[in-house]
Design a protein around this ligand. Structure first.
Ligand code: DPX
Ligand code: MG
Length: 581
């Protein structure tokens, strides 16, 4: 999260509610979204939400941004939340919301506070004999709320203007505190009804403090635990950002003085130019030295880590045993202890003041570290290969760059890029929805204007959500999209091959002309050699008026070595026989 993340905006800057103004349910919601720092909300129109969209438009401090479909709308908001701390998406009932639910599941898995707002049936139709369009064709309209309850941290249905302020505040507050999505359904005849004015925003954004006694006990016990260890290492996980603990993790790491390894899903959450950064830890496919440092350590301090089948390479790399200390957003566990109701950043800040230096893993790492060998440029007219694409992208990564890496070999290509201080890296590794990166790029770019956005995406993934490039053209978003056309689902080929991994080829570069439709400034270029790629990159860097998509054509089996190793292990894990009951 960049620039002005929600949790760091001082209350006085969040906009005071103008109590003299008359508020409707919709303008109340708009005011709250603005007060929590949103400058945009994403939307797809439908008759159940039109009156609500009008109300949201009445707030001139926020821009309404339109998406091509509701899945993309949800993922655009998800990308915006990554850049900006929170986001909102507005959709119509069922046909819209149920598509958006997929992205909301993603926001849940990725710990991002995305507020999904759905228009809903007129209150006069509830409990009546009326059948309504965009519903299952029964008299029960509650199914959408019931589904939403499963995939959000708070789901409310607003059928009365007088209840609206409390319900809206509850949903937004819970999302911000838990860093999870929330759902607000508003009956279409209620959004323009008058309601109370918003009170102070502090009621929505103020966190509960850590429990001081628990914090003291946890820090005492953790300091004693670390005192008994010679070779601790820190492992950074993707929940660190949601916990707002990135800075606290740096201070803690410097106090301990040990090696710091970072999980792939958390790349960029600890600076890669920091002297204690020891590389990406991903079991067998770790950066050189990182795996050894974790394996040889006698304590692994896991900060916001998520160990799933992918991040552990089919359960082959799970730190376990008495040497593991797990510190999560609100909970710390290790060696017979389990403390809750303490914020990770409070825990790290207090522990940093208590720990003794333990630099053995740094000494060890200095002995075994190997510098990456500079890659040789390919001949300008040689057929394009994957390694040459990565080589040419490296110098584009500046401190103000964000790399957005799609599920597929793009994960492994992206992980290979070194990040200067300030550069960010976004992946959706827990949810892993192919196609996420196109709308997420759109949303991220709006949430972080001024940053250079470089997206890496495979051909198969692009086919799911390609339309959102048209919205980037509409809003003149100058993202650079490297579309790796390897003619299929290569990652799936490596996990388990079959005819289902072949896809219909598209003229990806040519598609941009169709999206421009005469008045856009998107550029679409195809590179089949290193020389063509270098020329295309020059065009992309010069295009400030819209996105540039560079279709990089490579062989179907030209992938990273990491993908091959990872794919074999994941395939073995997937293929385990059922255990006897
Ligand atoms: C699937 C995946 O072309 O990337 O580098 O060629 O693998 P690579 P592509 O974008 O292909 C992606 C493809 C089909 N995963 O290899 S990762 C299964 C899947 C998923 N999400 C959704 N459906 C299927 N991850 C929505
Ligand atoms: Mg592919």
């Amino acid at each position: 999260m960049l620039d002005t993340p929600i949790h760091s905006i001082p209350n006085k800057l969040r906009g005071a509610a103008a109590n003299t103004k008359a508020y409707t349910v919709g303008s109340y919601l708009a005011e709250r979204l603005f007060q929590i720092g949103l400058k945009h909300h994403f939307a797809v129109a439908g008759d159940y939400n039109l009156a609500l969209l009008d109300q949201l438009l009445s707030n001139k401090s926020m821009e309404q941004v339109y998406c091509s479909n509701e899945l993309n709308c949800g993922f655009s908001a998800e990308g915006y939340a990554r850049a900006h701390g929170a986001a909102a998406a507005v959709v119509t009932f069922s046909v819209g919301a149920i598509s958006a639910f997929n992205a909301i599941g993603g926001a849940y898995a990725e710990n991002l506070p995305v507020i999904l707002i759905s228009g809903a049936p007129n209150t006069n139709d509830l409990g009546s004999e009326h059948l309504l369009h965009h519903t299952l064709g029964t008299h029960d309209f509650s199914y959408q709320l019931e589904i939403a309850k499963k995939i959000t941290c708070a789901a409310v249905s607003i059928t009365s203007a007088s209840d609206a302020p409390a319900l809206i505040d509850h949903a937004i507050r819970t999302a911000l505190l838990e860093k999870k999505p929330a759902y607000i359904e508003i009956a279409c005849n209620i959004s323009s009804a008058l309601c109370a004015a918003p009170g102070p925003i502090s009621a929505v954004v103020t966190e509960n403090p850590s429990d001081q006694q628990t914090l003291d006990a946890a820090v005492e016990a953790a300091a004693a635990f670390l005192r008994g260890k010679q070779k601790p290492v820190i492992l950074i996980g993707s929940k660190l950002r949601a916990a707002g603990a990135e800075k606290a993790a740096i201070d803690f790491a410097e106090a301990v003085g040990c090696s710091v390894t970072v999980m792939a899903a958390a790349k960029s959450f600890f600076p890669e130019d920091h002297p204690q950064f020891t590389g990406i830890y991903w079991g067998e496919i770790s950066a050189p030295g990182a795996r050894e440092i974790v394996d040889w350590s006698d304590a692994v301090v896991c900060l916001g880590t998520i160990f799933n089948d992918y991040s552990t390479i089919g359960w082959t790399a799970v730190p376990s045993g008495a040497g593991v200390l797990t510190a999560d957003t609100n909970r710390v566990r290790f060696d017979g202890h389990d403390f809750s109701r303490i914020h990770l950043r409070d825990f790290l800040a207090a522990l940093a003041r208590k720990v003794e230096k333990r630099g053995a893993t740094m000494i060890e790492y200095e002995r075994i570290r190997s510098e990456r060998r500079p890659e040789k440029p390919a001949a300008r007219d040689a057929k394009l290969v994957r390694a040459e694409i990565v080589r040419q992208i490296r110098p584009l990564v500046t401190p103000d760059t964000t790399i957005i890496a799609e599920t597929g070999d793009s994960w492994f290509n992206g992980v290979q890029l070194s990040l200067p201080r300030g550069a960010r890296f976004e992946v959706e590794m827990q949810w892993g929805h192919i196609g996420w990166s196109v709308p997420a790029t759109f949303g991220y770019a709006l949430g972080a204007p001024g940053r250079r956005i470089i997206s890496l995406i495979g051909d198969g993934s692009f086919q799911l959500t390609a339309q959102e490039v048209a919205q980037m053209i509409r809003l003149k978003v100058p993202a650079i999209i490297f579309l790796i056309n390897n003619h299929g689902y290569t990652i799936e080929v490596e996990i388990h091959d079959g005819p289902y991994n072949n896809i219909k080829n598209w003229d990806y570069a040519g598609l941009i002309k169709a999206f421009n439709a005469g008045d856009g400034h998107g550029r679409g270029l195809r590179a089949t050699t290193g020389g063509e790629l270098a020329e295309a990159i020059k065009v992309a860097l010069a295009n400030t008026q819209g996105p540039t998509l560079i279709e990089c054509v490579i062989d179907r089996d030209d992938c990273t070595a990491e993908l091959l190793t990872w794919g074999r292990r994941v395939s073995t894990a997937n293929g385990r026989a059922p255990s006897p009951r």
